[in-house]
Design a protein around this ligand. Structure first.
Ligand code: NAD
Length: 260
């Protein structure tokens, strides 16, 4: 049922975002990739994704801190595909520090990329979804959209904000066949988490192995990382007809973290 739908996935040149791009492309969805990285590598990913699944794949280099570039990205997707049916707000960064030592520029970047960019993408893409009478907006929040951890003030604030945005937009479009949900993963081993292991080791004065065992897996009851393909499969489910009545919720995918 998703064949020939069109999706924008922010932050999809790496990690969870690229996994979501692969899973949606496998369903026949045309994809707009977005994110930073080596241009030749991104072009190779773009071309391979299109060839593997016989879908149209385009790339936008829009910086999620820049509202003007976000608007252009959405306009470019509509130009390339005709419509935007699925919007996955996934771009995100992390920084770990005590709140009174938290660099102001890092706070501003995290709020811009992890929270405000979702407002700007939704604002730009929603009129097209309303016109078509169908849409799926999935915000990749985090278990930190529901629970806090020390040293992550900006990230936790941004992700809680994403959950609030999700609920509000869901109510605004509930009668228009547009669902809006947040997925809240526990730890997934991606480049974002690899960097965090080193940073957290420094802040807490412990080894990287201790960070994984005693910090990251402490509340993840399964004691194992969530896999990228599990998050991608959840996205595919939420895009389907079976999820038509699921809207306005923050859905944990956290190995039991939120049950504690
Ligand atoms: P990642 O570092 O592998 O990927 C992040 C992506 O965002 C990359 O494509 C990067 O280029 C892009 N990006 C960063 N800044 C950008 C900007 N200014 N403009 C456009 N793109 C930008 O990280 P990931 O772990 O795959 O994280 C993806 C999302 O999942 C994030 O929102 C993150 O908060 C969330 N998340 C991750 C985990 C985890 O454990 N990895 C857990 C819960 C939620």
């Amino acid at each position: 049922m998703l064949k020939n739908k069109n999706a924008i996935i922010t932050g999809s040149t790496s990690g969870i975002g690229f996994g979501i791009a692969q899973a949606l492309a496998a369903q026949g969805v045309n994809i707009m990739l977005n994110g930073f990285g080596d241009r030749a590598k991104i072009e190779a990913m773009r071309a391979e994704l299109g060839q593997s699944f016989n879908v149209k794949v385009v790339y936008s280099s829009a910086d999620m801190t820049r509202p003007d570039e976000i608007k252009t990205m959405v306009d470019d997707a509509i130009d390339a595909f005709g419509t935007v049916d699925i919007l996955i707000n996934n771009a995100g960064i992390q920084h770990v520090a005590m709140v009174d030592e938290f660099p102001i520029d890092k706070w501003d970047d995290i709020i811009a990329i992890n929270l405000s960019s979702s407002f700007h993408t939704i604002r730009a893409a929603l009129p097209d979804m309303k016109k078509n009478g169908w849409g799926r907006i999935i915000n990749i929040a985090s278990i930190h959209g529901i629970a806090a951890s020390p040293f992550k003030s900006a990230y936790v604030a941004a992700k809680h904000g994403v959950v609030g945005l999700t609920k509000t937009v869901a109510l605004e479009v509930a009668e228009q066949n547009i669902t809006v949900n947040a997925i809240c993963p526990g730890y997934v081993r991606t480049p974002l988490v690899e960097n965090q292991i080193a940073d957290t080791a420094k802040v807490r004065g412990i080894s990287p192995d201790e960070v994984i065992r005693d910090v990251m897996m402490d509340r993840q009851a399964s004691k194992k990382f969530v896999e990228i393909n599990e998050v991608a499969a959840f996205v595919v489910f939420l895009c389907g007809d079976g999820a038509a009545s699921i809207t306005g919720v923050a859905l944990p995918q956290d190995g039991g973290w939120s049950a504690l």
